[in-house]
Design a protein around this ligand. Structure first.
Ligand SMILES: *Cc1c(COP(=O)(O)O)cnc(C)c1O
Length: 363
C-alpha cells in the first residue's frame, strides 16, 4: 500500500515500519500469548519492553548518568503545571516567550509561583528569538523556561542558551515536545527537558521528562504524588500504571531511530528536508515564511499564500496529491508542514513539486 504523506503537527506521522511491526505483534507479543495492551505493567514481559525503551532512548539522546529519564502522562500542557509544582518552591521562575507554547507555560506557572517574563518576541509576531544577552532575568529565579521549538510559530533554538554565561546559575527548563530526538541536546546547559510523545516519539499519552538528579527533591507539598518527579523516579516510572502501549510503540520508534544512524543520522535527514522546503518557499512568488532565517524550525514549517483566497484550493489540491494535514494552526492561519523524523525526504520532495505546480497554475 502506498500511504499518503502526512504533515500533521501532532499527533503526527509514524514510521511505517513501526506501524507494521506493531500490527504483526498485536495479538501475540514475542510468543507470550498476549498483546502488549493486555500485559501487567509489573510483569516480566512489559518490564523488558520498558527497560529497553528507556535504555535505547538514553543512549540515543546521550543522557548523562546524573539525569533521570521519566515516562509520565499528562502531555506538555500538564508539565506546565507539574514543572512549577516540582521546581519553583513557590518563588519566582523566569520565562522567555517566543510563541504560543512558552506563553501558555508562563500563564499556567503563574498559578503556582511568580512567573516573570524575562523576554518576549510578541512584538515581532513571534517571528524571531530574543538574544539571551537581552533577557531581563530576575535576581534569583528558581528556573528559567524556554520552548526550544515553537510548534505553531515555527521558531527553533539552534543553540541552547548558556545561563552560566549570563551569570545565572538557575536550571534551564526546555519544552522540547516538538523537536525531541530530531537533533542532539547539550545536556550541560539543561536542568530539565520535557515533551509529549505525539510529535516525534510515538503515540499520545506518553510524556518524557529528563531531569537532573539535584532537582528531584524540591516539590511543593501540594504536588500530586503521581506528578512528583522524585516519587516517579523512585518507582522507575511505575508509581501508577504508565501508558504501556505508548511506551511500547515509542520503544519501536527508538529502535527505528537507531537503524537511521541514531540522532546524527536523523539530524542529517532533517536538515536536508528543511533546506529543501525552505528553499522552495523562498524561491517562490506565491508562498512565504515570515520567520528569520537563523531560527527557522527544522520540524514545523509555517507558510502563507500571498493570495489567501487560494487557501482552500491549495488544500484540496494537496489532498488529491496525497499530501495530508497541511492546514496551519487556527491561531495563525495559512499552512504548516510538520516534517518530523518519520516524514521521509520523498514526502518533502512531493510537497515541493506540488508547491511549484500549484504556483504555476495560479500565476
Ligand atoms: C504539542 C505541544 C505541547 C502540548 O502538548 P499536549 O500533549 O497537547 O499537552 C506543548 N508544547 C509544545 C512545544 C508542543 O508542541
Amino acid at each position: 500500500m502506498n500511504r499518503p504523506y502526512n504533515f500533521s503537527a501532532g499527533p503526527a506521522a509514524m514510521p511505517e515500519e513501526v506501524l507494521q511491526e506493531a500490527a504483526a505483534e498485536m495479538l501475540d507479543w514475542h510468543g507470550s500469548g498476549m498483546g502488549v495492551m493486555e500485559m501487567s505493567h509489573r510483569g516480566k514481559e512489559f518490564g523488558q519492553i520498558a527497560q529497553e525503551a528507556e535504555a535505547d532512548l538514553r543512549d540515543l539522546l546521550a543522557v548523562p548518568d546524573h539525569f533521570k529519564l521519566l515516562f509520565m502522562q499528562g502531555g506538555g500542557l500538564a508539565e506546565n503545571a507539574i514543572v512549577p509544582l516540582n521546581l519553583s518552591r513557590g518563588e519566582t521562575a523566569d520565562f522567555v516567550v517566543t510563541g504560543s507554547w512558552s506563553q501558555k507555560s508562563a500563564q499556567e506557572a503563574q498559578r503556582y509561583c511568580t512567573a516573570h517574563v524575562a523576554a518576549t518576541a510578541q512584538n515581532t509576531g513571534f517571528t524571531t528569538l530574543v538574544e539571551p544577552k537581552d533577557w531581563l532575568l530576575s535576581a534569583k529565579p528558581a528556573y528559567v523556561h524556554i520552548c526550544s521549538n515553537e510548534t505553531i510559530h515555527g521558531v527553533e533554538y539552534h543553540t541552547l542558551p548558556d545561563l552560566q554565561a549570563l551569570g545565572c546559575d538557575a536550571p534551564l527548563v526546555i519544552d522540547f515536545s516538538s523537536h525531541v530526538a530530531s537533533r542532539p541536546v547539550d545536556w550541560t546547559r539543561v536542568g530539565l527537558a520535557f515533551g509529549g510523545a505525539q510529535k516525534n516519539l510515538g503515540p499520545a499519552g506518553l510524556t518524557l521528562v529528563v531531569v537532573r538528579d539535584d532537582l528531584l527533591d524540591r516539590a511543593l507539598p501540594i504536588c500530586p504524588s503521581a506528578f512528583n518527579f522524585k516519587t516517579v523516579a523512585d518507582n522507575q516510572s511505575m508509581f501508577n500504571t504508565p501508558p504501556t502501549y505508548s511506551i511500547y510503540i515509542a520503544g519501536l520508534v527508538f529502535k527505528w531511530l537507531k537503524r537511521q544512524g541514531g540522532i546524527a543520522g536523523i539530524e542529517a535527514q532533517n536538515k536536508a528536508k528543511a533546506e529543501l522546503l525552505y528553499q522552495a518557499i523562498d524561491d517562490s512568488a506565491l508562498y512565504f515564511n515570515p520567520v528569520e532565517k537563523h531560527c527557522r524550525s527544522r520540524m514545523n514549517v509555517p507558510f502563507f499564500l500571498r493570495d489567501d483566497s487560494l487557501n482552500e484550493a491549495f488544500l484540496a489540491g494537496a489532498r488529491s496529491r496525497h499530501l495530508l494535514q497541511l492546514k496551519g494552526h487556527k491561531s495563525v492561519g495559512g499552512m504548516r508542514a510538520s516534517i518530523y523524523n518519520a516524514l521521509p525526504l520523498e514526502g518533502v520532495q512531493a510537497l515541493v513539486s506540488y508547491l511549484r505546480d500549484f504556483e504555476a497554475q495560479h500565476a
